[in-house]
Design a binder for this molecule. Structure first.
Ligand code: C5P
Length: 234
């Protein structure tokens, strides 16, 4: 039995996280926000007073990651976001986090019912990140690459930060985002990139519901192609 995997990649604040969560709920799939693994690694390095660019400290931190660390609200702050993209460029960190992600995709935890009951649910997962379609799950049934202009993404991130009560300035948010984009896109190992067979969704001029409907159609088609005459999924 091969799990049904949806890979969603894209840059920061492209809307991929919210999209992944909603799709998982609609289709009764498990969800893993893989950015949390890198954020938790960056968090541990900063907490210990170490340098995120130090491969020994960062790799030791990556090896300590377990699911309990991923719910930490401290992972959402911008210092941790920057540190996460620094540790993410270290090959041994990526290696240490790979098996967790592949295990999750191959054996997704059971989910409750899909919000739209369609009879028998597929066993599967939605993973979102930077390299899911290219490196973590190259055989995913559906690959989406969600993107938007840096300015639109900076405006969204600014709104999120202010909603959380943080004080932030648009110019700084845009600058941090461009730096993180560059680090993520230019690193040697598993850079941010669309897989050749990914569907690219540019969300600059779309709202979250429009993106959700587009992506839902793609997934529904892939599921229909997989469904057996008995109505069950392999
Ligand atoms: O998605 P999020 O902003 O939480 O990701 C934080 C950082 O983790 C990214 O900037 C990127 O450097 C790294 N990351 C990665 N590969 C993934 C997911 C996240 O390198 N699959």
């Amino acid at each position: 039995m091969v799990a049904f995997v949806v890979a969603i990649d894209g840059p920061a604040a492209s809307g991929k996280g919210t999209l992944a969560r909603r799709l998982a709920e609609r289709f009764g799939l498990a969800h893993l926000d893989t950015g949390k693994l890198y954020r938790a690694t960056g968090f541990l390095v900063l907490e210990a007073g170490d340098d995120p660019a130090d491969p020994v400290a960062a790799t030791a931190a990556a090896r300590r990651i377990d699911p309990a660390r991923l719910a930490n609200p401290g992972l959402l702050n911008e210092a941790v976001a920057s540190a996460s993209s620094i540790v993410a460029a270290i090959p041994a960190v990526r290696e240490a986090l790979l098996s967790f992600q592949r295990q999750f995709a191959a054996n997704p935890p059971a989910r409750s019912e899909a919000t739209e009951p369609r009879g028998v649910e597929p066993r599967g997962a939605v993973l979102d990140g930077r390299d899911i379609g290219t490196a973590v799950c190259p055989d995913a049934a559906v690959k989406l690459f969600v993107t938007a202009s840096p300015e639109a993404r900076a405006r969204r991130r600014l709104r999120e930060l202010r909603e959380r009560g943080a004080t932030a300035i648009y110019g700084d948010v845009l600058q941090d985002m461009k730096e993180r984009d560059a680090r993520d896109s230019l690193r040697r190992v598993a850079p941010l990139a669309a897989a050749p067979d990914a569907v690219i969704i540019d969300t600059t001029l779309l709202d979250a519901d429009q993106v959700f409907e587009q992506a839902s159609e793609i997934i529904a088609r892939a599921l229909a192609a997989r469904r057996q005459p008995s109505g069950e999924y392999p």
